[in-house]
Design a protein around this ligand. Structure first.
Ligand code: FES
Length: 137
């Protein structure tokens, strides 16, 4: 084997052995958003009618509502689309407001007031047993 061939084989081997590490590093830390994921016990939401779950399987989720009115549950990704602050639920105005630059979003995630221009991501919701489940819409 010529020296050039040997170096090529060694280089190819190094590349092949590092590929699984590179794939693992690029994979998402959150579960697939298109399947139902349990994010919280329904009792936790019922305490205040809103619940921020920062480390759910789909990432951060802000839930609004109660388990007694499951059809009216709201679930959004609370990450403001302007610069990434966490929006807050304003029950009296029935909207999400960003504390950083006061962007406002409706219950379906649409922007009501800038500076944000893109909507919040929303999730479908359901309650099974004592757990709240969400799924990307
Ligand atoms: S980060 Fe939310 S309005 Fe700027």
């Amino acid at each position: 084997m010529k020296r050039r061939d040997f170096i090529s084989w060694v280089g190819l081997g190094a590349l092949a052995s590092s590929l699984p590490v590179a794939i693992a590093a690029c994979s998402s830390q959150t579960a697939a958003p298109e399947v139902w994921q349990s994010v919280a016990p329904s009792a936790d939401l019922d305490k205040d009618g809103k619940l921020l779950v920062n480390n759910s399987p789909v990432g951060p989720v802000l839930l609004v509502g109660t388990s007694q009115a499951a059809a009216n549950l709201i679930a959004v990704n609370p990450t403001c689309t302007h610069r990434g602050c966490t929006v807050e639920w304003k029950a009296e105005d029935k909207k999400f407001v960003c504390p950083c630059h006061q962007a406002e979003y409706s219950t379906d995630g649409k922007v009501q007031k800038g500076p944000a221009v893109r909507p919040l991501s929303i999730y479908a919701t359901k309650i099974e047993g004592n757990s709240i489940f969400v799924k990307a819409t």
